[in-house]
Design a protein around this ligand. Structure first.
Ligand code: ATP
Length: 503
C-alpha cells in the first residue's frame, strides 16, 4: 500500500522525527515503525483471520497497534475507553474478533467473552522472531484496513468496513487538495473510534507530520485544554464545529495562542457562518475548510474553502464539491435525479465508498449498491446543488419530523437559531405526548445580552426567527443553559440535551 510505504520510507530516513505527541507521551517515527513491527510479528504468530480490537484513549501505542495490525494483514477496530462495556461486547459479537490489544493504562474487565487480551508491554516483552515483516503480509487493495462502528439508528452498532483502497483515495485527496505541506503539526481532537480522527492521523503520517493529541480529560477541563493548546504548536486544526465553538467561548482562543495555525478543517456537523466569522477575526492568517462525509464513504468526500467572499454571499454555508474521483447525485424518493436546485437525497459514488457493514448483508444491501461499476452509498442526508455546482446540506432525512401536519427538519431550525444575534448555540428537541410530537423546545446557550428577564430574551430571539422561518417552525418553549452536552466525538449530544431539558 502506497501510504504504508510512505510511512516506512519516512521512518527510515527520519527516525527521530516525532510522529506523535500528547502532554504525557511522545513517539518518534523510528519507534512507531519498530513497535508496529513487533505487534505485527506477534499477531502473525497467532495465525488469526478476524479483525483485532485496539482499546485505548489517545495513546501513542494505539497508533503503533493500528499499523501493526495492518502489517499482519488484519484490519483493526478502534475502541475508545469512553465506549460503554455493553457496546464493546456488541462490537466483539458483531466482529467475531478473537484478540484485543489493550493500549491504554487501564484494565478492561469483560466477563464470559472469548477474546484474548494482550497489552503492548506484554507484546514488547516477548521474544518475537520474523522481523522485519515482509510487506507481502500487509493489508492490500480491497482488503479491510479498519472497521469503525457507528451507532446506527437501531442502537445496534454497525461496523463500517474501510479498505486500503478506500483510505488511499481519501489520503491522496487530502494531501493533493488541501494546504497540507510535509512535516506539519496536526491537532487531534477526535477519539480514534470516531472517523474524524482519520482526517488528522493518516494525512499526518503520510506526509511526515506530527500528531498532537488532546485527551478527553483536557476537553472536560478548559484550563488543561488551553495549556495543551498553548504548547501544541498546531498548524492544522481538525475538529467538529461544536468543539471549536466551545474553544471560541474563551477569549484567549486567538492567533496568539496558536501562532502557527494555518488551516482549519471541519467535518461531521453543520458549520455555522458565525463560527467562521469569529475564526476569521481571531485567526486572520488561517484558511478554513468545510468538509462533509459519512463514515461509510471514508471520513469526507466534499469540501469548500470558506473564503471572505463565501461568507459574505451565503447565510448557509455550502459543503462544497465532491473530490475528483467521486460523484454525488441528488435523487428523489424513487431514486430519480432531481432537477437542479431541487432538494433530494445525496448518493455518493466512488472509490472511497465502503463495501458495506461487516457481517450485515441485509443492512448493507439497503444502503449500498453498484453504479456504473463503482460502489455507491445512499447517505440518508438531504441536499441540493446550486447553479455553481456547490452542494448545500439540508439535514438528515431521519431528523425530519411532522408537527401539526407540517414536515420540517430539526437541524434547519437549529441552524437558523444559531444564526440569531442572541444565540451562541442551540438544540431543538421535540417533546412527545404519547406517540405524537406535542411541541418543540429549544435548549440554548445565549450570547451576552442586556435583557433583564429571560422572557424578553425569548421574545427577541423569536422575533428574529420569525424573519427567516414560518411561525409553525419556531419552538414553543425556550430553556437557557451555560453549556450543552457534547458526545465523546465532539458532536452536539441530542440525546443528553433531551434528558437535560425534560428533567
Ligand atoms: N459538513 C457537514 N455539514 C453538515 N452535516 C455533516 C457534515 N459532515 C458530516 N455531516 C453529518 O454527519 C453524518 C456523518 O457522521 P458519522 O458518519 O460520524 O455518523 P453519525 O450518524 O453522526 O454518528 P453515529 O452513526 O455514530 O451516531 C453525515 O451523514 C451528515 O449527516
Amino acid at each position: 500500500m502506497k501510504m504504508l510505504n510512505a510511512i516506512k520510507d519516512f521512518s527510515h530516513i527520519h527516525p527521530d522525527t516525532l510522529a506523535y505527541i500528547s502532554p504525557t507521551e511522545e513517539m518518534t517515527y523510528g519507534e512507531l515503525w519498530r513497535q508496529s513491527e513487533q505487534v505485527a510479528a506477534f499477531l502473525l504468530k497467532q495465525n488469526m483471520e478476524k479483525p483485532v480490537l485496539v482499546y485505548g484513549h489517545m495513546n501513542a501505542s494505539m497508533i503503533s497497534s493500528f499499523l501493526g495490525c495492518i502489517k499482519a494483514g488484519l484490519p483493526y477496530i478502534p475502541v475508545d475507553t469512553s465506549i460503554p462495556t455493553d457496546r464493546v461486547l456488541k462490537i466483539i459479537a458483531s466482529s467475531q474478533a478473537e484478540m484485543m490489544i489493550n493500549a491504554s493504562n487501564q484494565e478492561l474487565m469483560l466477563d464470559n467473552v472469548a477474546v484474548s487480551m494482550v497489552t503492548i508491554d506484554k507484546i514488547q516483552a516477548e521474544q518475537i522472531l520474523g522481523i522485519p515483516i515482509d510487506p507481502s503480509n500487509w493489508v492490500f487493495g480491497e482488503e479491510n484496513f479498519y472497521i469503525i462502528y457507528t451507532s446506527g439508528s437501531t442502537g445496534n452498532p454497525k461496523g463500517v468496513q474501510i479498505s486500503a483502497n478506500n483510505l488511499q483515495s481519501f489520503v491522496d485527496w487530502m494531501i493533493a487538495d488541501f494546504p497540507i505541506a510535509g512535516g506539519l503539526r496536526f491537532l487531534n481532537q477526535a477519539p480514534y473510534s470516531f472517523d474524524l480522527s482519520v482526517m488528522d492521523l493518516y494525512p499526518a503520517l503520510a506526509s511526515g507530520g506530527t500528531i498532537f493529541s488532546i485527551t478527553k480529560e483536557m476537553i472536560a477541563r478548559p484550563k488543561l485544554l488551553f495549556e495543551a493548546l498553548a504548547i501544541s504548536k498546531s498548524q492544522v486544526w481538525t475538529s467538529t464545529p461544536s468543539f471549536v465553538q466551545m474553544c471560541l467561548m474563551d477569549p484567549s482562543f486567538t492567533e496568539e495562542l496558536l501562532p502557527e495555525l494555518s488551516v482549519f478543517l471541519f467535518c461531521g456537523e453543520i458549520l455555522p457562518v458565525e463560527i467562521c466569522r469569529q475564526l476569521r477575526d481571531r485567526f486572520p492568517k488561517a484558511r478554513i475548510f468545510n468538509t462533509y462525509g459519512p463514515t461509510e464513504a471514508t471520513v469526507a468526500v466534499t469540501s469548500v474553502e470558506v473564503t471572505a467572499e463565501i461568507l459574505e454571499t451565503h447565510q448557509n454555508l455550502p459543503i462544497g464539491k465532491p473530490k475528483g474521483d467521486t460523484r454525488i447525485f441528488i435523487v428523489d424518493e424513487y431514486g430519480v435525479a432531481v432537477r437542479p436546485a431541487e432538494k433530494g437525497e445525496m448518493i455518493i459514488v466512488g472509490p472511497s465508498v465502503s463495501k458495506g457493514y461487516l457481517g450485515q448483508q441485509e443492512l448493507t444491501e439497503k444502503s449500498f449498491f453498484q453504479y456504473e461499476g463503482e460502489q455507491a452509498y445512499r447517505t440518508g442526508d438531504a441536499a441540493y446543488v446550486d447553479q455553481d455546482g456547490l452542494i448545500f446540506y439540508k439535514g438528515r432525512m431521519d431528523f425530519q419530523i411532522k408537527l401539526h401536519g407540517y414536515r420540517m427538519e430539526l437541524e434547519e431550525i437549529e441552524y437558523h437559531m444559531a444564526n440569531c444575534k442572541f444565540v451562541k448555540s442551540a438544540a431543538v428537541i421535540p417533546i412527545y405526548q404519547q406517540d405524537k410530537i406535542d411541541y418543540l423546545l429549544a435548549a440554548i446557550i445565549p450570547e451576552t445580552h442586556n435583557f433583564e428577564k429571560e422572557y424578553q430574551l425569548t421574545t427577541a430571539i423569536k422575533k428574529e426567527l420569525s424573519e427567516v422561518m414560518p411561525a409553525y417552525m419556531i419552538p414553543r418553549k425556550f430553556s437557557y443553559y451555560q453549556e450543552l452536552p457534547l458526545t465523546p466525538n465532539g458532536k452536539m449530544d441530542r440525546k443528553k440535551c433531551k434528558e437535560m431539558v425534560v428533567q
